[in-house]
Design a protein around this ligand. Structure first.
Ligand code: 5RP
Length: 233
């Protein structure tokens, strides 16, 4: 299987956790896009009765195109499940997310869901988080001061995503990518430290949210669940 085939396999397998009557958080990225497409197919062809809450404008557009009825958290309340991608996950099921810049909406939706299924290919599994630069969404207002404070706690380089043509999030924010290297052994403390900086909107560390990882490699799909998972396999 090539990488796209792995993503597709994982994305489709995750639909196993969706059934009639559910409200479903729809993540962002190239892996979960396959989930959205498959759920749309089931809505159109099999009459699957779900509502979705998208985590980005891109996912809202895709879900609309494939026919998934959408709602908001205000209307849906707590969701049954969210399915999303990840940039890294560790043995404790802690995630680094935000490679697509949607981390804030993704975390709002994940925290408003009864369970989280993560879809990934084998490149995303790590022993220690941090080889993937940690995305931090910040306000555009005086972002260089916010960057100074992140520079003070990050051992590597902190880079404005997009450089001279900055990437702007769906919320009008900017992304600072922080090169911690594979050194994040206490993600909860780091999350709190980064969130204490004024100007930070959100950090792409997802602690205690992911219940199940659907991991595709060249030959198979492996489903792993956190020991205290809110979902059964
Ligand atoms: C977007 C994300 C994505 O879920 C993450 O970047 C994984 O994307 P992909 O499935 O394309 O590798 O966090 O903000």
């Amino acid at each position: 299987m090539d990488v796209d085939a792995m993503k597709r396999t994982a994305g489709i397998e995750a639909c196993h956790w969706v059934s009639d009557g559910m409200s479903v958080g729809l993540g962002t990225g190239s892996t979960v896009a396959h989930t959205v497409i498959e759920l749309g197919r089931r809505v159109r062809e099999e009459g699957l009765d779900i509502v979705g809450v998208p985590t980005s404008i891109a996912t809202m557009e895709l879900a609309t195109k494939v026919g998934i009825p959408l709602t908001t958290l205000s209307d849906a309340g707590q969701l049954d499940v969210v399915i999303d991608g990840t940039d890294e996950y560790d043995p404790h099921f802690t995630l680094i997310k935000g490679g697509g810049g949607a981390l804030t909406r993704e975390k709002v939706v994940a925290q408003s869901s009864n369970a989280m299924v993560v879809v990934a290919d084998r490149r995303k599994r790590v022993d220690i988080l941090g080889a993937f630069p940690l995305p931090v969404e910040v306000l555009d207002f005086e972002w260089k001061r916010t960057k100074d404070r992140l520079d003070a706690i990050c051992p590597g380089i902190v880079t404005l995503r997009g450089g001279s043509a900055p990437f702007v999030t769906d919320n009008g924010g900017l992304i600072l990518d922080c090169e911690f290297g594979p050194s994040i052994t206490d993600p909860l403390t780091l999350e709190a430290e980064i969130l204490s900086i004024a100007g930070v909107v959100e950090v792409g560390l997802f602690c205690g949210l992911c219940d199940v990882v659907v991991l595709a490699d060249e030959h198979s799909v492996v489903i792993s669940a956190r020991s205290d998972s809110r979902l059964s396999k």
